[in-house]
Ligand binder design. Structure first.
Ligand code: ARG
Length: 283
């Protein structure tokens, strides 16, 4: 069966407020027609290898296009996001209705815990492990809930660079077990945790320029990688590792602080098969 990916067309997308450094200076600077063309190109490209499902955008919630932040879906369970910024909280009931209408059990975190879905929670592809980014948006306090609901080890990673405020802006576990990431986005302890869990030969570290071009914000389906842009050196490293890189420009969405991966939510996530790990939360 083809992978399933949820997307939201940018009919109501714009930059109207500032909640991350990318949005600064970009209020009212988006070109809606160009945004639509870029989104359609991404959606078409992904549609060749996955089934793209859609949720209707809504007026007044311009960031709803970033479906990665709707929640975290696995099997019949959808762990609904609870956004840190009031500007995005109105998306919560819209995503909750979509999940419920598609037969999912919607799980909600306590009101005082922020969690921004698959933007901050990414499954490892080698181990039954969920990486959780915290420090900007999601709270560390979401970890025990995720571990309990998903019955998986949760490895928190502390994000320290405000430009890389969601885990998926700087970290991308790849099918086949490799990890594409930007080490400087993490504190020293988190960098050590990553190195302890992912062997050096599996780690593909990107340069600051690639990170700023959102190369880590990639949609990975099998051996295919869809991303805004990558340097020749990064393309070469990824191709040498067996991946096919599809570059699809997303300048209008970067003005809001998002690119390819942020515009998608995987609906058929699976926990990697166990390599016999005890169930615990480290940190
Ligand atoms: N403007 C949005 C925000 O700041 C962008 C979200 C990007 N999404 C992501 N998964 N990184 O929340």
């Amino acid at each position: 069966m083809k992978p399933r990916i949820l997307m939201c067309a940018p009919d109501h997308f714009d930059v109207v407020y500032v909640i991350n450094p990318w949005m600064e200076g970009n209020v009212a600077h988006c070109d809606p027609a160009l945004a639509m063309r870029q989104w359609q190109a991404l959606s078409r490209a992904i549609g060749r290898v996955a089934t793209v499902e859609s949720i209707l955008g809504t007026e007044g919630v311009p960031d709803m296009v970033f479906t990665a932040n709707a929640g975290l879906v696995i099997g019949e369970k959808a762990i609904l996001s609870h956004f840190r910024h009031i500007e995005r909280q109105a998306e919560e009931p819209l995503f909750a209705s979509w999940f419920a209408a598609h037969g999912m059990q919607v799980l909600r975190l306590p009101d005082d815990i922020y969690f921004e879905g698959a933007g901050d929670a990414l499954f490892d592809r080698r181990e039954p492990l969920l990486w959780l980014g915290w420090g900007h948006r999601s709270n560390l306090g979401s970890a025990p809930f995720l571990a309990m609901w998903l019955d998986v080890v949760v490895q928190p990673l502390r994000l320290v660079d405000p430009r890389f405020y969601h885990l998926d802006t700087c970290f991308c576990p790849l099918d086949g077990g490799r990890l594409l990431y930007y080490p400087d986005a993490f504190d020293a302890e988190s960098q050590r945790r990553i190195a302890a869990r992912v062997p050096a030969e599996f780690r593909i570290a990107v340069s600051t320029d690639d990170a700023k071009a959102f190369a880590c914000n990639a949609v990975n389906v099998g051996s295919h990688l869809f991303m805004n842009r990558a340097s020749a050196a990064l393309v070469q490293a990824l191709e040498a590792a067996g991946y096919q890189v599809h570059q699809t420009p997303l300048s209008e969405f970067m003005k809001a602080g998002g690119a390819a991966k942020c515009l998608t939510l995987r609906l058929d996530e699976r926990v990697a098969r166990s390599r016999s790990h005890p169930r615990l939360i480290s940190d």
